[in-house]
Design a protein around this ligand. Structure first.
Ligand SMILES: Nc1ncnc2c1ncn2[C@@H]1O[C@H](COP(=O)(O)OP(=O)(O)OP(=O)(O)O)[C@@H](O)[C@H]1O
Length: 257
């Protein structure tokens, strides 16, 4: 589906990711995990084709990202950025409909398919009742759910999400993550998401990519990678995993004085 070949990413002189060889297959749901500044968003932007690699390359469907025409790429992947600012007065429904632009070819206006998809996505995110509201009047969590709805409305095979649970209350964190996991499981979508909640990441992901922030990385099935010893090393803080029925709960250990 998407993969990297000897991908290197730098921030100034700092090596964030070095020689990343990584394959993500259709239907998989990956979490990218690392401490602040480790390079997660930088990698996500490179996967979306919004940032050029410093070395190596990203491939989508066996073709280098740089070789994809932008309109075709827009129908393959949707990207949820970590933050957004709304400079203009748009309604919620207009915001979601504008995300359907890659399907318009030479057409200016949306058709009933676009409307149906937009409403379905807003309903899935439980914000259909806000359809006529100005996006600038929404709360942080409501705005985040509209942004995720806009992403779902694009109906792309690949979903790239930078901290989708940001600003969401507990119930919506769980429901949004479950929707993403279900899209992968039942519709064969592929999701790659960044998140800091290890318990939530473990419950919905099939795989994890850990970044240390100095170039080192580790990728694999969550059972192999999301282990207390490995996470403690990558996150620079002792972490304990507690089994609760079938669930794994990740808690940071108290530091001894
Ligand atoms: N244009 C830039 N110039 C210099 N440093 C940059 C630039 N852009 C990003 N960085 C640095 O690169 C590092 C990686 O940033 P990135 O946003 O990818 O981290 P992250 O893992 O997503 O962090 P967080 O968990 O805080 O969102 C950070 O230390 C950041 O300050």
């Amino acid at each position: 589906m998407i993969g990297t070949d000897k991908l290197s990413l730098k921030a100034g002189q700092r090596q964030l990711v070095l020689d990343l060889d990584w394959q993500v297959r259709q239907g998989e749901c990956w979490s990218i995990i690392g401490r602040n500044g480790a390079g997660k968003s930088t990698l996500m932007r490179a996967l979306a084709g919004l940032r050029a690699p410093d070395a190596g390359h990203v491939s989508l469907g066996g073709r280098k990202l740089a070789e994809w025409p932008l309109d075709e790429l827009a129908r393959q992947r949707a990207f949820l950025a970590q933050s957004r600012s709304d400079a203009f007065s748009y309604s919620v429904i207009e915001t979601v409909l504008s995300a359907r632009h890659p399907y318009h070819d030479n057409r200016y206006w949306e058709d009933s398919d676009d409307h149906a998809m937009a409403i379905k996505s807003l309903e899935a995110m439980e914000v259909a009742n806000l359809a006529t509201r100005d996006v600038r009047t929404l709360s942080g969590g409501e705005r985040q759910r509209v942004a995720i709805a806009a992403m779902l409305a694009q109906d792309t095979p690949l979903l790239l999400l930078d901290e989708p649970a940001n600003a969401l209350d507990l119930a919506h964190q769980v429901s949004v993550m479950n929707i993403l996991a279900r899209l992968c499981r039942e519709q064969g979508k592929t999701a790659i998401m960044i998140g800091h909640d290890l318990t939530l990441a473990h419950s919905v992901s099939t795989h994890a990519l850990l970044l240390k922030g100095d170039g080192q990385w580790l990728a694999g099935a969550k059972a192999d990678v999301m282990r207390a010893d490995i996470l403690s090393d990558y996150l620079g803080h002792p972490i304990e995993v507690i089994q609760h029925g079938t669930r794994s709960i990740f808690i940071p250990n108290e530091e001894t004085p």
